[in-house]
Design a protein around this ligand. Sequence first.
Ligand code: SF4
Length: 211
Amino acid sequence: MLNIAASCRGTRALGPGVRSVVWVQGCPFRCPGCIAPQWIPARPAHLITPEALLPSLLADPAITGLTFSGGEPFLQSAALAHLARLARQERDLDIICFTGYLLEDLQRFPARSGVHALLAEVDVLIDGPYRQEENDNRGLRGSANQVVHHLTDRLADTDFLNQPRRAEIHVQDGSVWVVGIPPVGMETQLNQTIRKAVKDVWSQASHHLHS
Ligand code: SF4
């Protein structure tokens, strides 16, 4: 069983191609400045089996890959490994995983933990905790201490460090999500844009009322 915070289908902001993303609930790292602090507490969020989750992730035939993020994916490694295996029975996908652990620490986990099973499915692992003072506004990782490990050749041609950062606004189930690694300053820019848009709509509505 997976305990997920959210999932999304069809993003171009968290890796090459068109991807579906699974964000798991619960993370032991509690990095200051974490982009998703509501997903840190280890509490039940949305409990779902990999079998039940998979159809929504693959419903679009354009999907070329999965991204696992969080929260901390390796706290749910056995279930995510199972999800990855099921997905690959359906389609030849690449898999990217973000983690707050270091690769060398993951490799020391016992075999029964499921950690090695997930590592065996992951093509690119982006490891290490987020350090906001090392956020250099560069690439597909949150801060400069995080390392992009190509565990297979599958995405060897993708330069994760020199990709421009992208963030998409998704509206799903009545909620608004920022998907991706936001460029530095995006939050302020977004707030200003939303405030201006609301002001414009309000002034147009008021103009219509008075004309
Ligand atoms: S590892 Fe990631 S999800 Fe966990 S607290 Fe740090 S930034 Fe947030």
